[in-house]
Design a protein around this ligand. Sequence first.
Ligand code: ZN
Length: 424
Amino acid sequence: MSDEMMMRLMGDLFPICRSITGEGVRKTLRILQAHIPLIIHEVPSGTSVFDWTVPNEWNIRDAFVSNSKGERVIDFHKHNLHILNYSTPVHTRLNLAELKPHLYTSTEHPDWIPYRTSYYSPNWGFCLAHNDLLKLPEDTYEVVIDSTLEPGFLTYGELSLPGETEDEVIISTHVCHPSMCNDNLSGIVVATALARMLLDKPRRHSYRFIFVPGTIGSITWLARNQDSLYKIRHGLVISNLGDAAGFTYKRTRAGNAVIDRLVEQALAETGTEYRVLDFVPYGYDERQFNSPGIQLPVGAFWRSQHGTYNQYHTSADDLTFVQPHQLQESLQMLATITDILETNRTYLNLKPMGEPQLGKRGLYQSIAGDSNHATLQSALLWVLNFSDGTHDLLAIASKSKLPFRTIAQAAQLLAKTDLLKIHS
Ligand code: ZN
Protein backbone atom coordinates (compact mmCIF):
# COMPACT_ATOMS: atom_id res chain seq x y z
CA MET A 1 0.00 0.00 0.00
CA SER A 2 1.21 3.49 -0.78
CA ASP A 3 1.63 6.13 1.95
CA GLU A 4 -1.58 7.78 0.72
CA MET A 5 -3.58 4.55 0.82
CA MET A 6 -2.48 3.86 4.38
CA MET A 7 -3.39 7.40 5.47
CA ARG A 8 -6.76 7.14 3.71
CA LEU A 9 -7.52 3.86 5.49
CA MET A 10 -6.51 5.46 8.78
CA GLY A 11 -8.81 8.40 8.04
CA ASP A 12 -11.70 5.98 7.38
CA LEU A 13 -11.12 4.17 10.68
CA PHE A 14 -10.41 7.22 12.86
CA PRO A 15 -14.01 8.39 13.54
CA ILE A 16 -15.24 4.96 14.70
CA CYS A 17 -15.85 4.48 18.43
CA ARG A 18 -14.19 1.14 19.09
CA SER A 19 -14.08 -0.82 22.31
CA ILE A 20 -13.29 -4.42 23.28
CA THR A 21 -16.71 -5.48 21.93
CA GLY A 22 -19.49 -3.91 19.87
CA GLU A 23 -20.31 -2.36 16.52
CA GLY A 24 -17.12 -0.27 16.41
CA VAL A 25 -14.90 -3.35 16.07
CA ARG A 26 -17.33 -4.93 13.55
CA LYS A 27 -17.38 -1.77 11.43
CA THR A 28 -13.56 -1.55 11.58
CA LEU A 29 -13.10 -5.15 10.43
CA ARG A 30 -15.66 -4.70 7.62
CA ILE A 31 -13.65 -1.73 6.32
CA LEU A 32 -10.49 -3.90 6.38
CA GLN A 33 -12.34 -6.55 4.33
CA ALA A 34 -12.24 -4.13 1.39
CA HIS A 35 -8.44 -4.60 1.42
CA ILE A 36 -7.84 -8.17 2.63
CA PRO A 37 -10.10 -11.28 2.78
CA LEU A 38 -10.45 -11.15 6.56
CA ILE A 39 -12.80 -13.60 8.31
CA ILE A 40 -14.85 -12.05 11.12
CA HIS A 41 -15.43 -14.31 14.15
CA GLU A 42 -18.11 -13.70 16.79
CA VAL A 43 -17.72 -15.26 20.26
CA PRO A 44 -20.81 -15.11 22.53
CA SER A 45 -20.71 -13.16 25.81
CA GLY A 46 -20.36 -15.55 28.73
CA THR A 47 -17.94 -17.88 26.90
CA SER A 48 -15.15 -19.08 29.22
CA VAL A 49 -11.69 -18.39 27.83
CA PHE A 50 -8.94 -19.66 30.14
CA ASP A 51 -9.40 -17.70 33.39
CA TRP A 52 -11.62 -15.05 31.75
CA THR A 53 -15.20 -14.75 30.53
CA VAL A 54 -16.18 -12.93 27.34
CA PRO A 55 -17.96 -9.79 28.65
CA ASN A 56 -21.29 -8.35 27.63
CA GLU A 57 -21.25 -6.39 24.39
CA TRP A 58 -21.07 -2.61 24.70
CA ASN A 59 -22.65 -0.22 22.23
CA ILE A 60 -23.21 3.51 22.44
CA ARG A 61 -25.43 5.84 20.43
CA ASP A 62 -25.20 9.15 22.30
CA ALA A 63 -23.75 10.67 25.47
CA PHE A 64 -23.66 14.20 26.76
CA VAL A 65 -23.65 16.51 29.75
CA SER A 66 -25.83 19.58 29.24
CA ASN A 67 -26.21 22.68 31.40
CA SER A 68 -29.45 24.21 32.69
CA LYS A 69 -29.83 26.12 29.40
CA GLY A 70 -29.83 22.82 27.52
CA GLU A 71 -26.39 23.42 25.95
CA ARG A 72 -24.17 20.34 25.63
CA VAL A 73 -21.00 21.12 27.57
CA ILE A 74 -19.54 17.64 26.95
CA ASP A 75 -20.67 15.87 23.78
CA PHE A 76 -19.70 12.33 22.71
CA HIS A 77 -20.52 13.28 19.10
CA LYS A 78 -17.70 15.85 19.15
CA HIS A 79 -15.08 13.26 20.21
CA ASN A 80 -15.30 9.55 20.99
CA LEU A 81 -12.78 9.96 23.81
CA HIS A 82 -15.31 12.05 25.77
CA ILE A 83 -17.00 8.88 26.98
CA LEU A 84 -15.43 6.62 29.61
CA ASN A 85 -15.22 3.54 27.39
CA TYR A 86 -17.72 0.84 28.52
CA SER A 87 -19.85 3.36 30.46
CA THR A 88 -23.12 1.92 31.72
CA PRO A 89 -26.34 3.74 30.65
CA VAL A 90 -27.42 6.67 32.80
CA HIS A 91 -29.96 9.49 32.72
CA THR A 92 -29.85 11.83 35.70
CA ARG A 93 -29.51 15.41 36.94
CA LEU A 94 -26.55 16.36 39.14
CA ASN A 95 -24.91 19.45 40.56
CA LEU A 96 -21.23 20.07 39.78
CA ALA A 97 -19.93 18.44 42.98
CA GLU A 98 -21.98 15.30 42.26
CA LEU A 99 -20.85 15.24 38.63
CA LYS A 100 -17.12 15.73 39.28
CA PRO A 101 -16.31 12.19 40.51
CA HIS A 102 -17.46 11.02 37.06
CA LEU A 103 -15.23 13.45 35.13
CA TYR A 104 -11.71 12.38 34.09
CA THR A 105 -9.01 14.83 33.04
CA SER A 106 -5.24 15.02 32.73
CA THR A 107 -3.58 17.90 34.59
CA GLU A 108 -0.32 17.01 32.86
CA HIS A 109 -1.80 17.82 29.44
CA PRO A 110 -4.66 20.19 30.28
CA ASP A 111 -5.76 20.82 26.67
CA TRP A 112 -6.13 17.18 25.66
CA ILE A 113 -8.90 14.67 26.32
CA PRO A 114 -7.52 11.59 28.07
CA TYR A 115 -8.56 8.03 27.10
CA ARG A 116 -10.07 6.05 29.98
CA THR A 117 -11.85 2.70 30.13
CA SER A 118 -13.81 0.72 32.69
CA TYR A 119 -14.29 -2.68 31.10
CA TYR A 120 -14.53 -4.96 34.07
CA SER A 121 -16.01 -2.79 36.85
CA PRO A 122 -19.36 -1.21 35.94
CA ASN A 123 -19.03 2.58 35.99
CA TRP A 124 -19.97 5.62 33.95
CA GLY A 125 -18.08 8.80 33.23
CA PHE A 126 -16.84 11.44 30.83
CA CYS A 127 -13.32 12.49 29.85
CA LEU A 128 -12.48 16.07 28.96
CA ALA A 129 -9.67 18.58 28.73
CA HIS A 130 -8.73 19.77 32.22
CA ASN A 131 -8.99 23.40 31.06
CA ASP A 132 -12.61 22.74 30.02
CA LEU A 133 -13.39 21.23 33.41
CA LEU A 134 -12.13 24.43 35.06
CA LYS A 135 -14.64 26.42 32.99
CA LEU A 136 -17.68 24.46 34.24
CA PRO A 137 -19.72 26.70 36.58
CA GLU A 138 -21.97 25.58 39.44
CA ASP A 139 -25.21 24.46 37.77
CA THR A 140 -27.65 21.59 37.51
CA TYR A 141 -26.45 19.31 34.75
CA GLU A 142 -28.38 16.75 32.79
CA VAL A 143 -26.33 13.60 32.19
CA VAL A 144 -27.32 11.19 29.43
CA ILE A 145 -25.44 8.08 28.37
CA ASP A 146 -27.43 6.15 25.80
CA SER A 147 -25.41 2.94 25.85
CA THR A 148 -26.20 -0.75 26.13
CA LEU A 149 -24.20 -3.42 27.92
CA GLU A 150 -25.96 -6.67 27.08
CA PRO A 151 -25.24 -10.27 26.08
CA GLY A 152 -23.86 -10.19 22.56
CA PHE A 153 -20.48 -11.07 21.11
CA LEU A 154 -16.76 -10.38 21.14
CA THR A 155 -15.67 -9.79 17.55
CA TYR A 156 -12.25 -10.40 16.04
CA GLY A 157 -10.78 -10.69 12.56
CA GLU A 158 -8.48 -13.39 11.23
CA LEU A 159 -6.67 -13.92 7.95
CA SER A 160 -4.83 -17.14 7.20
CA LEU A 161 -2.40 -17.20 4.26
CA PRO A 162 -1.28 -20.80 3.69
CA GLY A 163 2.30 -21.34 2.54
CA GLU A 164 4.36 -24.30 1.31
CA THR A 165 4.76 -25.49 4.90
CA GLU A 166 2.50 -25.54 7.95
CA ASP A 167 5.12 -23.55 9.89
CA GLU A 168 3.23 -20.45 10.84
CA VAL A 169 4.09 -16.81 11.45
CA ILE A 170 1.52 -14.92 13.52
CA ILE A 171 1.07 -11.16 13.37
CA SER A 172 -1.28 -9.74 15.98
CA THR A 173 -2.56 -6.23 16.52
CA HIS A 174 -5.22 -4.81 18.84
CA VAL A 175 -8.39 -3.20 17.49
CA CYS A 176 -10.09 -1.83 20.60
CA HIS A 177 -9.02 1.83 20.81
CA PRO A 178 -11.37 4.62 19.69
CA SER A 179 -10.10 7.56 17.60
CA MET A 180 -6.36 7.36 18.28
CA CYS A 181 -3.84 6.92 15.50
CA ASN A 182 -0.48 5.72 16.75
CA ASP A 183 -2.08 3.54 19.41
CA ASN A 184 -3.75 1.75 17.73
CA LEU A 185 -4.72 2.57 14.14
CA SER A 186 -1.10 2.45 12.95
CA GLY A 187 -0.89 -1.24 13.92
CA ILE A 188 -4.17 -2.04 12.15
CA VAL A 189 -3.18 -0.18 8.97
CA VAL A 190 0.37 -1.57 8.77
CA ALA A 191 -0.82 -5.14 9.50
CA THR A 192 -3.40 -4.77 6.70
CA ALA A 193 -0.78 -3.43 4.27
CA LEU A 194 1.67 -6.24 5.19
CA ALA A 195 -1.04 -8.88 4.69
CA ARG A 196 -1.91 -7.25 1.34
CA MET A 197 1.77 -7.51 0.34
CA LEU A 198 2.15 -11.16 1.41
CA LEU A 199 -1.09 -12.18 -0.35
CA ASP A 200 0.57 -11.66 -3.72
CA LYS A 201 3.89 -13.38 -2.92
CA PRO A 202 4.96 -17.03 -2.96
CA ARG A 203 5.27 -18.09 0.69
CA ARG A 204 7.34 -20.83 2.36
CA HIS A 205 5.74 -20.10 5.73
CA SER A 206 2.04 -19.84 6.40
CA TYR A 207 0.98 -16.48 7.82
CA ARG A 208 -1.84 -15.72 10.19
CA PHE A 209 -2.97 -12.17 10.95
CA ILE A 210 -5.25 -11.57 13.90
CA PHE A 211 -7.03 -8.30 14.64
CA VAL A 212 -8.19 -8.69 18.24
CA PRO A 213 -9.38 -6.49 21.09
CA GLY A 214 -6.53 -6.05 23.61
CA THR A 215 -6.08 -8.72 26.31
CA ILE A 216 -9.52 -10.40 26.20
CA GLY A 217 -9.29 -10.75 22.40
CA SER A 218 -5.90 -12.46 22.30
CA ILE A 219 -6.86 -14.65 25.29
CA THR A 220 -10.07 -15.61 23.45
CA TRP A 221 -8.16 -16.38 20.26
CA LEU A 222 -5.55 -18.48 22.10
CA ALA A 223 -8.23 -20.39 24.04
CA ARG A 224 -10.13 -21.21 20.83
CA ASN A 225 -7.02 -22.25 18.89
CA GLN A 226 -5.15 -24.34 21.45
CA ASP A 227 -4.99 -27.36 19.15
CA SER A 228 -3.11 -25.52 16.41
CA LEU A 229 -0.76 -23.33 18.44
CA TYR A 230 2.05 -25.86 17.86
CA LYS A 231 2.24 -24.62 14.24
CA ILE A 232 3.33 -21.12 15.32
CA ARG A 233 7.09 -20.82 14.81
CA HIS A 234 7.49 -17.05 14.88
CA GLY A 235 5.33 -14.08 15.73
CA LEU A 236 5.10 -10.37 16.32
CA VAL A 237 2.61 -8.18 18.15
CA ILE A 238 2.66 -4.82 16.40
CA SER A 239 1.47 -1.33 17.38
CA ASN A 240 2.69 2.28 17.61
CA LEU A 241 4.12 2.26 14.09
CA GLY A 242 3.41 5.80 12.86
CA ASP A 243 5.33 8.14 15.18
CA ALA A 244 8.78 9.64 14.62
CA ALA A 245 10.78 7.45 17.03
CA GLY A 246 13.25 4.80 15.87
CA PHE A 247 12.15 1.16 16.06
CA THR A 248 11.79 -0.75 19.31
CA TYR A 249 11.90 -4.54 19.54
CA LYS A 250 10.80 -6.35 22.65
CA ARG A 251 12.19 -9.87 22.86
CA THR A 252 10.27 -13.06 23.49
CA ARG A 253 10.19 -14.47 27.02
CA ALA A 254 12.96 -16.95 26.13
CA GLY A 255 14.95 -14.17 24.44
CA ASN A 256 16.79 -16.46 22.00
CA ALA A 257 14.10 -17.39 19.48
CA VAL A 258 14.75 -17.11 15.73
CA ILE A 259 12.48 -14.04 15.65
CA ASP A 260 14.69 -12.40 18.33
CA ARG A 261 17.90 -12.98 16.37
CA LEU A 262 16.18 -12.05 13.14
CA VAL A 263 14.69 -8.71 14.17
CA GLU A 264 17.90 -7.69 15.93
CA GLN A 265 19.92 -8.51 12.80
CA ALA A 266 17.47 -6.63 10.56
CA LEU A 267 17.53 -3.59 12.86
CA ALA A 268 21.33 -3.61 13.14
CA GLU A 269 21.55 -3.58 9.34
CA THR A 270 19.38 -0.48 9.00
CA GLY A 271 22.19 1.64 10.48
CA THR A 272 19.62 3.82 12.24
CA GLU A 273 18.87 4.20 15.91
CA TYR A 274 16.81 1.44 17.55
CA ARG A 275 16.18 -0.16 20.93
CA VAL A 276 15.96 -3.81 21.97
CA LEU A 277 14.20 -4.61 25.23
CA ASP A 278 14.01 -7.82 27.21
CA PHE A 279 10.61 -9.35 27.83
CA VAL A 280 8.59 -7.95 30.73
CA PRO A 281 5.10 -9.22 31.59
CA TYR A 282 3.34 -5.95 30.77
CA GLY A 283 2.77 -4.16 27.48
CA TYR A 284 0.48 -5.38 24.71
CA ASP A 285 -0.72 -8.86 23.77
CA GLU A 286 2.81 -10.31 23.68
CA ARG A 287 2.01 -10.92 27.38
CA GLN A 288 -0.58 -13.52 26.43
CA PHE A 289 1.56 -15.26 23.78
CA ASN A 290 4.44 -15.39 26.27
CA SER A 291 2.42 -16.54 29.30
CA PRO A 292 4.06 -19.58 30.95
CA GLY A 293 1.48 -22.08 29.69
CA ILE A 294 1.63 -20.78 26.10
CA GLN A 295 5.29 -19.76 25.60
CA LEU A 296 5.14 -18.97 21.90
CA PRO A 297 8.10 -17.24 20.23
CA VAL A 298 6.28 -13.93 19.77
CA GLY A 299 8.10 -10.61 20.15
CA ALA A 300 6.71 -7.09 19.96
CA PHE A 301 7.57 -4.49 17.35
CA TRP A 302 6.95 -0.76 17.83
CA ARG A 303 8.40 2.61 17.09
CA SER A 304 7.75 4.47 20.39
CA GLN A 305 7.10 2.31 23.38
CA HIS A 306 3.57 2.67 24.77
CA GLY A 307 3.28 5.21 27.55
CA THR A 308 6.53 6.98 26.65
CA TYR A 309 5.21 9.78 24.43
CA ASN A 310 3.10 12.71 25.57
CA GLN A 311 0.28 12.07 23.10
CA TYR A 312 -0.16 8.45 24.27
CA HIS A 313 -3.79 7.66 25.18
CA THR A 314 -5.00 11.21 24.55
CA SER A 315 -6.88 13.16 21.88
CA ALA A 316 -3.51 14.46 20.63
CA ASP A 317 -2.73 11.01 19.18
CA ASP A 318 -4.61 12.11 16.09
CA LEU A 319 -4.16 12.10 12.30
CA THR A 320 -1.49 14.82 12.52
CA PHE A 321 0.67 12.89 15.02
CA VAL A 322 1.24 10.02 12.58
CA GLN A 323 3.28 10.65 9.44
CA PRO A 324 2.70 8.70 6.20
CA HIS A 325 6.41 8.10 5.53
CA GLN A 326 6.82 6.69 9.04
CA LEU A 327 4.00 4.21 8.44
CA GLN A 328 5.66 3.26 5.15
CA GLU A 329 9.05 2.83 6.82
CA SER A 330 7.45 0.53 9.42
CA LEU A 331 5.75 -1.48 6.66
CA GLN A 332 9.04 -1.84 4.75
CA MET A 333 10.86 -2.95 7.92
CA LEU A 334 8.24 -5.66 8.51
CA ALA A 335 8.51 -6.67 4.84
CA THR A 336 12.29 -7.04 5.31
CA ILE A 337 11.67 -9.15 8.43
CA THR A 338 9.33 -11.49 6.54
CA ASP A 339 11.79 -11.67 3.61
CA ILE A 340 14.54 -12.80 5.99
CA LEU A 341 12.15 -15.33 7.57
CA GLU A 342 11.45 -16.77 4.13
CA THR A 343 15.16 -16.94 3.17
CA ASN A 344 16.75 -18.07 6.43
CA ARG A 345 17.72 -21.76 6.21
CA THR A 346 20.32 -24.06 7.68
CA TYR A 347 22.64 -25.57 5.07
CA LEU A 348 25.13 -28.40 5.09
CA ASN A 349 28.64 -28.21 3.60
CA LEU A 350 29.00 -31.37 1.50
CA LYS A 351 32.82 -31.09 1.18
CA PRO A 352 33.86 -30.23 4.73
CA MET A 353 37.34 -31.82 4.60
CA GLY A 354 39.54 -28.75 4.08
CA GLU A 355 38.39 -25.79 2.02
CA PRO A 356 36.79 -26.92 -1.22
CA GLN A 357 38.23 -25.52 -4.45
CA LEU A 358 35.93 -22.70 -5.49
CA GLY A 359 37.74 -21.77 -8.72
CA LYS A 360 37.15 -25.05 -10.50
CA ARG A 361 33.40 -24.71 -9.85
CA GLY A 362 33.26 -21.31 -11.54
CA LEU A 363 32.32 -19.52 -8.30
CA TYR A 364 34.98 -16.81 -8.66
CA GLN A 365 33.84 -16.02 -12.20
CA SER A 366 30.19 -15.94 -11.19
CA ILE A 367 30.85 -13.26 -8.57
CA ALA A 368 33.54 -11.33 -10.46
CA GLY A 369 31.00 -8.96 -12.02
CA ASP A 370 29.21 -8.33 -8.74
CA SER A 371 29.88 -4.81 -7.40
CA ASN A 372 30.00 -6.44 -4.00
CA HIS A 373 32.40 -9.21 -5.02
CA ALA A 374 34.99 -8.88 -2.24
CA THR A 375 32.33 -9.16 0.47
CA LEU A 376 30.60 -11.93 -1.43
CA GLN A 377 33.85 -13.88 -1.68
CA SER A 378 34.28 -13.61 2.05
CA ALA A 379 30.62 -14.66 2.51
CA LEU A 380 31.26 -17.86 0.49
CA LEU A 381 33.92 -18.89 3.02
CA TRP A 382 31.76 -18.01 6.02
CA VAL A 383 28.81 -19.99 4.67
CA LEU A 384 30.95 -23.02 3.85
CA ASN A 385 32.70 -23.03 7.20
CA PHE A 386 29.61 -22.67 9.38
CA SER A 387 27.13 -24.70 7.33
CA ASP A 388 27.54 -27.67 9.64
CA GLY A 389 23.83 -28.21 10.15
CA THR A 390 23.70 -26.22 13.39
CA HIS A 391 24.13 -22.61 12.19
CA ASP A 392 21.38 -20.97 10.15
CA LEU A 393 22.15 -18.10 7.79
CA LEU A 394 21.18 -15.60 10.49
CA ALA A 395 23.78 -17.05 12.84
CA ILE A 396 26.40 -16.84 10.09
CA ALA A 397 25.44 -13.23 9.28
CA SER A 398 25.73 -12.33 12.94
CA LYS A 399 29.12 -14.08 13.39
CA SER A 400 30.61 -12.66 10.19
CA LYS A 401 29.15 -9.14 10.63
CA LEU A 402 28.21 -9.35 6.95
CA PRO A 403 24.74 -8.28 5.76
CA PHE A 404 22.18 -11.09 5.80
CA ARG A 405 21.41 -10.58 2.11
CA THR A 406 25.09 -11.15 1.19
CA ILE A 407 25.23 -14.34 3.26
CA ALA A 408 21.96 -15.49 1.65
CA GLN A 409 23.31 -14.68 -1.83
CA ALA A 410 26.48 -16.71 -1.13
CA ALA A 411 24.39 -19.66 0.10
CA GLN A 412 22.24 -19.54 -3.03
CA LEU A 413 25.35 -19.58 -5.26
CA LEU A 414 26.91 -22.47 -3.33
CA ALA A 415 23.66 -24.44 -3.34
CA LYS A 416 23.80 -24.46 -7.17
CA THR A 417 27.04 -26.48 -6.93
CA ASP A 418 27.85 -29.82 -5.27
CA LEU A 419 29.19 -27.99 -2.19
CA LEU A 420 26.06 -27.10 -0.24
CA LYS A 421 22.55 -28.38 0.32
CA ILE A 422 19.62 -27.34 2.50
CA HIS A 423 19.69 -29.14 5.83
CA SER A 424 16.50 -27.70 7.36
ZN1 ZN B 1 -3.32 1.59 24.26
